[in-house]
Design a protein around this ligand. Structure first.
Ligand code: UDP
Ligand code: MG
Length: 148
């Protein structure tokens, strides 16, 4: 089954949106497979966002991510990478549809509350970066009520 890496950024944590965000993924039927509250350093944040290192907003993005604790999570389910991105909404909250997390709770790109992997391959890389200790086995007893 597919997995994705989801991170509630420091603004989402500070604004008390952790429960609300987790709830949206839970209620959809995705399984929470790993989670930790962690403050990362500059080199770690640069590694996570290395594909964006040449972009003008990169230094501000790194400073934003290291500005406080984040909630790092692994969620699992059918098509969870692309569906997770839909739940999150467009990168720029000005374009995120109401009903998405960014559409409901954010206004500007540099404070857009949440990260989600953009491909299965990047999800695999990000999960390995954020959870080098591995992910414990757990099978939800709800499975037959969510999948046919
Ligand atoms: N970002 C920004 N300005 C931009 C583009 C992106 O501040 O012009 C930030 C924003 O927080 C975004 C993150 O950089 O979530 C990573 O950018 P990406 O294009 O990967 O967007 P995402 O995958 O998060 O939607
Ligand atoms: Mg991205």
């Amino acid at each position: 089954m597919e997995q994705t890496f989801i991170m509630i950024k420091p603004d989402g944590v500070q604004r008390g949106l952790v429960g609300e965000i987790i709830s949206r993924f839970e209620k959809k039927g995705f399984y929470l497979k790993a989670m930790k509250l962690i403050t990362v350093n500059k080199s770690f944040a640069e590694k996570h966002y290395e594909d964006l290192s040449s972009r003008p907003f990169f230094p501000a993005l790194v400073n934003y991510i290291i500005s406080g604790p984040v909630v790092a999570m692994v969620w699992e389910g059918k098509n969870v990478v692309s569906t997770g991105r839909k739940i999150i909404g467009a990168t720029n909250p000005a374009d995120s549809a109401p009903g998405t997390i960014r559409g409901d709770y954010a206004i500007v790109m540099g404070r857009n509350i949440i990260h989600g992997s953009d491909s299965v391959e990047n999800a695999r890389k990000e999960i390995a970066l954020w959870f080098p200790e591995g992910i414990s086995e757990f099978k939800s007893s709800l499975h037959p009520w969510i999948y046919e």
